[in-house]
Design a protein. Structure first.
Ligand code: ATP
Ligand code: MG
Length: 470
């Protein structure tokens, strides 16, 4: 299996070194899976030996030029180093037993088969021998190869036990299903449903690593629907599952905002790989559950859902341990602004309204429009095309205004210092008032974004404040 492999020389070296040291060695896990799937060039390779993994890593490293720096994790019996853009990890085969409250097992030395048994899925539990007597042979005790062909995720051991032992595996199952387009085997899916409660012993950071891989998959709704079906989603992001359902009063209904959101997420994923823009689409209507109301005459309304939704972003990011800096602010801003462009899709949208949108969205203008276009979920193709074109039209008009007025990344044409200098006044509230007036006048289109015009405007406005020129 390894004859054509571009790392063949390295594997031979590992093989020889292990033999010299009286050890055996196998490549295992994701590397074997991806090799059989012809999926992607390896970036990290895990090796298992039935003897001492740290010792083996040290012997191998000594033979490499330049000699790599080894990181050793004694408690796990693991050693790793980087070699030619590959992360190589060596570990002694282990046998695990779990306790009720932790996903960290008690570990003892074991055989290769013990080590394969403790792995999450049959497709991840295959090994390739690097030993002389059967170099390159696949060792597949749980039918991983067959499951790979049939695109099935199955646990090597009893699924309830497997998921209960380490509930992170539930997230991994769904992540692999989403990214590889595999089915989770029926008993396994059932087990995830019954063990879902156990997710609470997993750290939020680990949950989110998997969640974000689902978010970055080609069609994220596949993973999100599985998370929903297994009840994991309502435990992780109840604000989202709260959008589910359609209510009817007086024969009037509204759309199911949960499934609408998943469509928007899939739409946007066709146009962007930016994780946080995808998050913005996932959360764009999050304020619709708390704002839903039935009003006689108008029917269902979600008045203010953009604002309420934007206020929900920070607490959600905090709880999910997502980054609270620019990422959170970006999502918050897009959620708050996502209905703004639609209001400008009319022929009489004024230049000043266009300038205000440009000013408020700043460098996120394009992302905002990408979100708006993804938000079109009508199944009627001609309407879909027309709505998209409407947004393109607004965007073109904004760009025209932008060229004229340079509103994006707005820098006031006249500074506070200049104003103080003009009127010979110390810092004080007048400066702020005048600067705000200049900005407003530019956005309104009363003056251009230009120094002379701004200066003359300030002189006029200053008179009203009884300020005199020097
Ligand atoms: P990728 O690196 O492409 O995300 P991978 O399968 O290599 O996928 P890793 O997290 O690198 O995933 O783990 C390497 C191997 O370790 C897996 O293939 C699997 O055999 C095993 N493994 C990882 N996490 C678990 C777990 N929670 N429970 C059981 N086995 C696991
Ligand atoms: Mg890996």
């Amino acid at each position: 299996m390894l004859n054509q492999n571009k790392n063949l020389k390295l594997f031979k070296l590992i093989s020889e070194t292990a033999a010299e040291n009286g050890q055996n060695v196998f490549a295992v896990g994701g590397f074997v899976r991806d090799l059989l799937m012809k999926r992607k060039a390896a970036t990290d390779i895990d090796f298992v030996t039935e003897q001492n993994g740290i010792e083996l890593a040290q012997k191998i490293a000594e033979k490499l030029n330049p000699k790599p720096k080894i990181s050793i994790f004694k408690t796990y019996g693991t050693a790793m180093f980087r070699y030619q853009n590959l992360d190589l990890e060596f570990v002694g085969a282990r046998r695990e037993s779990y306790s009720e409250n932790s996903r960290k097992p008690a570990v003892e030395n074991g055989t290769l088969e013990d080590d394969q048994k403790r792995r999450d899925f049959t497709i991840n539990a295959m090994a390739i021998s690097l030993n002389k007597e059967n170099f390159g042979t696949l060792i597949d005790p749980f039918g991983g190869q067959k499951d790979l062909q049939n695109k099935i995720l199955r646990t090597p051991l009893e699924p309830h036990q497997t998921y209960s032992d380490d509930p992170l595996r539930m997230m991994r199952a769904i992540r692999f299903a989403a990214t590889l387009d595999f089915k989770i085997e029926e008993n396994s899916l059932g087990a995830i449903k019954t063990e879902a409660e156990r997710i609470q012993i997993v750290s939020m950071e680990r949950i989110m690593t998997e969640f974000n891989k689902i978010m970055l998959s080609q069609k994220p709704s596949i993973g999100l629907k599985l998370l929903d079906e297994t009840t994991l989603l309502e435990k992780i992001l109840p604000e989202l599952t709260a959008l589910k359902g359609i209510e009817e009063i007086d024969g009037q209904t509204h759309k199911d905002n949960f499934y609408h959101t998943l469509e928007v997420l899939d739409n946007i994923s066709e146009n962007t790989d930016k994780l946080w823009l995808r998050w913005a689409s996932l959360l764009h209507d999050i304020g619709k559950a708390p704002t839903k109301k039935f009003v006689e005459e108008t029917g269902w309304t979600f008045h203010g859902h953009e604002f309420i939704g934007s206020k929900m972003i920070k607490p959600i990011f905090k709880r999910l341990k997502l980054p609270l800096g620019t990422e959170q602010k970006f999502v918050e801003k897009l959620v708050r602004m996502h209905a703004r462009p639609i209001a400008l899709v009319t022929d009489d949208a004024s230049d000043s309204a266009l300038r205000r949108l440009l000013f408020d969205s700043g460098e996120d203008l394009e992302d905002l429009f990408t979100l708006c276009k993804a938000d079109i979920t009508t199944k009627n193709y001609s309407r879909q095309a027309r709505f998209k074109e409407n947004f393109e039209y607004v965007l073109r008009k904004i760009k025209e205004v932008e060229e004229k007025d340079r509103i994006r990344n707005f820098q006031p044409p006249i500074s506070g210092e200049e104003i103080m200098e003009m009127f010979n006044i110390p810092p004080g509230r007048e400066i702020g008032i005048l600067k705000e007036k200049v900005k407003e006048a530019i956005l309104e289109g009363d003056i251009e974004n230009d120094k002379t015009q701004a200066r003359n405007f300030v002189i006029k406005e200053a008179e009203k404040l009884r300020l005199k020129m020097k």
